[in-house]
Design a protein around this ligand. Sequence first.
Ligand code: SME
Length: 160
Amino acid sequence: MYAFAVDSADTAALHCDLLQAADAITAGEPDGIANMANVAALLWQYLPDLNWAGFYRMVDGELVLGPFQGKPACIRIPLGKGVCGTAAASGQSQRVADVHAFPGHIACDAASASELVVPVVRDGAVVAVIDLDSPSPARFALEDQEGVEAIAALIATRIG
Ligand code: SME
């Protein structure tokens, strides 16, 4: 069993502790699926107000569902499609306050209202994205984006 001291008093402290927890749980573990599964579980457990948290992996030029928490989701997303495909194609994080206003948004869970997608980049190439969905509009602040980007950078060489 893992027990992490994650301080949720404020967003900065929460992301600082989450990054340390993600480091501790993936350091020295060579299995990428295990590491993605544990990071998805960490994000799900400690970030409030989510209805989906997980990975899509770049496989043969398209995004394929990876380890996640939440409802079963769409399996394959073409590059450039939806919020995830846009993040993967551009290499830029997508922080979407209202998914219904995002052209081409793919509704895997009708409850989703806002979304944060952060690319995981290794050797200059997007190898995966981390996708977070919330039932609340404008759930994700810039601080959340920067926190998840730090986790993405940390695990880029640890997810296979
Ligand atoms: N909404 C995403 C699809 C993935 S699900 O949210 C899990 C998108 O538009 O790419």
